[in-house]
Each structure stands twice: as C-alpha cells, then as structure tokens.
Design a protein around this ligand. Sequence first.
Ligand SMILES: [Zn+2]
Length: 288
Amino acid sequence: MLLGVNIKFELFDTGYCQQNQQMVFPSKKRGKMAFHSLVALLHHPAQGWMVFDTGYGKGFWDGTKSFPYRLYRYATPVHFHEEQEISAQLARNGVFPHDIKHIIMSHFHGDHTGGLWKFTESAIITHLDAINSIQNKKGFAAVVKGFLPHNVREIPPTQFRFIQDQRRIQLDERFYPFTDGYDVFEDGSVIAVDLPGHAKGQIGIFFQSLEHGIIFLCADSTWSRESLIKNEKPHRFTHFLMDNVVEFYDSFERVRKVYEMDNGITIIPTHCLQVYKEWAEGRYRECF
Ligand SMILES: [Zn+2]
C-alpha cells in the first residue's frame, strides 16, 4: 500500500554557509542569510536505518583544500564544527555508520556529500543521471557545478543503487502534481520523485511518519519554505548555479503546488533554517 509503512524520522543540522538573502528573496533588503545543510535520519521497520543526504562534514574541508576546489570555500564560507558531522551526531544517538543500511543522495553537491566518507558499508541510492553528470568530472568543470570529486573518489561502483532499477508507480491525488515516482524499497514506503534543474538527476522523497504525517524532503528544489509561501522565485543571478533553469522552475512550481494543495504534507527543503528551527523547538518532535 502506498505510504502504508510508518517511518520514524529525525532531522539534524550539519552547519551552514552565509549568502546575500537577495539571492533567494529578490524583494528583500540586502542582508545575510544562513543556508543550513540538514540531514534526515529515517528508520524503516524492515529496512532499518537510512539517511537522506550527508550534509557538511570533514569531506567538505578535505575536498576543498586544494585549488581550484578551494574556490568553493571562498564562494560559500562555511561554519561547521567536527561535532556537527552527521556520523558524530548519529553516534551520540546510538546509531553508528555500520547501522546505516542506505543513504539516499538527492544530488552530489559538496554541501550534501561532506559526511559521505564515513559510510563505507551503506548502499547509496541515487538517480543514474546524477552519477552520469559527475562521472570523470574534476577541476573547474566540477567546482563550478558544486561537485567535490574528493567526496566520492573511494566509493566502489558496487556501492551505488539506482532508483531507475526500482518499479515506477502511479501516485494518488495526495501527491498532486506529482503523478508517478520510484518505489525505493518496493513496498510503497519511500517514494522518490524527480526534481531536476538545481542539479542533474536531483531527487526528493515522500514517506509516511506516524507522528508527523506525510513528509516531503524536497532537497534543493527550493532553498526556503518561505519561497513557496510567497511564491517568490530566486534571483536570476542564481541561474548560473543551476544545471537547467527551465527544469529548476518546473520543479519549483511542482513543489509549490504541493504546498498550495494543502494535503497535510510537510515540505522540508534541505537548507531551510525556519523548518529546522520549528523542528528543533519541538513542534514536530517526540518521534524517538
Ligand atoms: Zn545543491
């Protein structure tokens, strides 16, 4: 049954970078805005523990030590402490890297792959287009696309699994305007959907949490929930960051429609501080 499995869910903050808020909200005054990199921990009753993305981490620092990758650090000054590494935060909660059976990677930008190096035994589930877009990419060609080859250099190809290999299923009206998705574990529990534009092959996931209803982790299809509420699109200066501008706006519009439909789905963009604050303040808490 579609979303018939109750998945436990927790959110972690792995650090942030700061940018001019006009990049996201052209209507606002000049000022700094923090882009936190959130990681979601999920527990599936049969599949066990998994994470959605891996946030900032040691991999980000190691991967940006040398030129030209160092440009990434200059472009987005990052605030990160060792104890924020996702593996360290999970360990403090009694979950260790070998417990994480799956990592669902929304895309391979450096602020999502910084903690990947710790998970040598986890299957990495992603979109084939995402892998193809980073294959053999290095130097300037990589860094202008936000990709740090260092973070994936030691991952054997056998560690990857592609959502294209899972069955594609029809979604009901709750997910409108998303009409189909990939059944990640073939039990209807985690549905991956295409969110291209920000990065090639970007995916988001829907799942059901008994405590919090349907959760939609929409990755970087929007940087902020406020953008969905106000229907405010990012500044055109951000276009050069995007893999495909037309696809970005198409994905943004579909996520915004999910918000507008108000079907009780909680939308969580990876970099939204407001959503995280509400989470941390306990509005959605008490799941573990
Ligand atoms: Zn990204």
